[in-house]
Ligand binder design. Sequence first.
Ligand SMILES: Cc1cc2nc3c(=O)[nH]c(=O)nc-3n(C[C@H](O)[C@H](O)[C@H](O)COP(=O)(O)OP(=O)(O)OC[C@H]3O[C@@H](n4cnc5c(N)ncnc54)[C@H](O)[C@@H]3O)c2cc1C
Ligand SMILES: NC(=O)c1ccc[n+]([C@@H]2O[C@H](COP(=O)([O-])OP(=O)(O)OC[C@H]3O[C@@H](n4cnc5c(N)ncnc54)[C@H](O)[C@@H]3O)[C@@H](O)[C@H]2O)c1
Length: 467
Amino acid sequence: MAPVTEDVDLLVVGGGKAGKTLAMDRARGGARVAMAERGMIGGSCINVACIPTKALVASARARRALDRGRELGLVVGDVRTDVDLLRAHRSDVVDAMVALNHKQFLDSGMDLVIGQARFVAERTVEVRTADGGGRVLRGADTVIDTGTRPRLPDIPGLDRAGALTSESLLRLERIPDRLTVLGDGPIGLEFADMFAAFGSRVTVVSRHSRLLPQEDAEIAAAVGDLLSGHGVTVLFERRVARVGRDAGGEVTVVLEDGLEITGDDLLVAVGRVPVTEELDLERAGVAVTAAGFVDVDEHLATTAQHTWAAGDVAGSPQFTHAALDDYRILKENLAGGSRSTRDRLIPRTTFLGLDLAHVGLTEEQARRLGHRVKIARLPVAAIPRARTTGETQGLWKAVVDAETHRILGATLLGPETGETLTTVQTAMLAGLPCTALRDMVISHPTMTEGLNMLFANLTEDQDTSGR
Ligand SMILES: Cc1cc2nc3c(=O)[nH]c(=O)nc-3n(C[C@H](O)[C@H](O)[C@H](O)COP(=O)(O)OP(=O)(O)OC[C@H]3O[C@@H](n4cnc5c(N)ncnc54)[C@H](O)[C@@H]3O)c2cc1C
Ligand SMILES: NC(=O)c1ccc[n+]([C@@H]2O[C@H](COP(=O)([O-])OP(=O)(O)OC[C@H]3O[C@@H](n4cnc5c(N)ncnc54)[C@H](O)[C@@H]3O)[C@@H](O)[C@H]2O)c1
């Protein structure tokens, strides 16, 4: 007998950052809420993405700090990376956050339904539960937040080569002696730099002529110096012809120019695809884009009545803080508001040996848009705090409108710049001229104090965007 349809005020399909936050919020407010999640309590960020990677970045940074202990007046014994301890550290961090999320879900009063969901009608899903049973749930409002998964490119031999994705590499079965990384986005570079600290010889295969084409050219060059200083080799303008693994377990990547890279493991990090295929969205009247993302308008409404989408699957910038902002938008719009995703100032921080933090426009983008700009630059070595810690590598750069002195964007490569960037972002949101940060009294000696120095360095100079 088919299960009866259970009606709720809000149905969330996929418990990602946006969906779980909305579900808890509405449930705490007294609404009947059901959230279908196929198994990752808390979504990908805490289980297989941001949190486990940043736990390991912390290990990699500590490893490098220990390696230069003598510089700081410390005699450190034999430092080595222990994969079992690394795995335990990652699990401790993740398990504690999963447990906290689980408790918060239950405390909120929502109905947490563990199982794979697929649509059977408008706003209605059937959830296959682990015990073989099923439930049919219909929301007065339904939100899709099923996220993304790693993209596996169509490269001959790749499917049989036992290639790793970010998820499988995070299981940390071993530290490979030689790690080949296909892809030079944030995932590829974070893993490359972290595994170099753990002792792997890392080779990154890039299709581009330079690192990070979306970032400021000068800063990208400084990232290149950082990575090569850490022993990471980047091969530019290369395309992969085929991949194979031999009986001895070695994986060989053959490039179109004939070069062969042999390694113990291959990480494929060439972007992520939306989790929409198995959802039967057509049954819900929900259209998808050509790339398979849920088609949403600026209010995160889909093509079906009272059906919304949020986070990666809705084509939002693939960051947890963007997904959280999608929750804020949905919270208002489900209550009749019309909040928009347009013109959001969304920062990003890539966590290498140093933070690579960015907000707003790069110099190249600002010039393309016709702004007359002034540029501010500061080598991290000029900041007193960096002198005290001995972490003097890095470069800060900001782009300022030449007439108004409003900050158009900033890219900061250096220690903990993801934190300092927030001050710049706050000034941008408040519409403050950069002189406010130049003249603000900031505690000494902190890294943020560098903002005084950065904005004292404004120059109306030539185009250095590398266009
Ligand atoms: C390795 C890595 C590192 C990252 N690091 C950072 C970082 O440092 N900072 C940052 O801001 N962003 C980072 N990101 C990006 C960030 O993880 C994502 O943007 C964010 O998690 C997206 O959240 P979401 O709400 O879209 O859904 P997700 O968190 O992806 O959750 C989707 C959920 O839906 C569930 N689901 C899917 N299909 C179904 C179904 N049919 N039925 C039931 N449930 C289903 C999944 O199990 C999952 O729990 C990283 C990503 C990766 C891969
Ligand atoms: N610290 C962070 O905030 C953080 C960390 C990791 C991931 N993320 C999010 O996750 C998203 C996905 O990360 P990603 O690094 O997988 O994707 P990405 O799309 O950002 O970068 C993938 C890179 O691989 C290249 N590429 C594509 N196909 C290729 C091929 N066949 N061979 C070689 N290179 C190829 C692309 O040109 C691109 O430079 C990011 O865009 C980001 O939004 C964020």
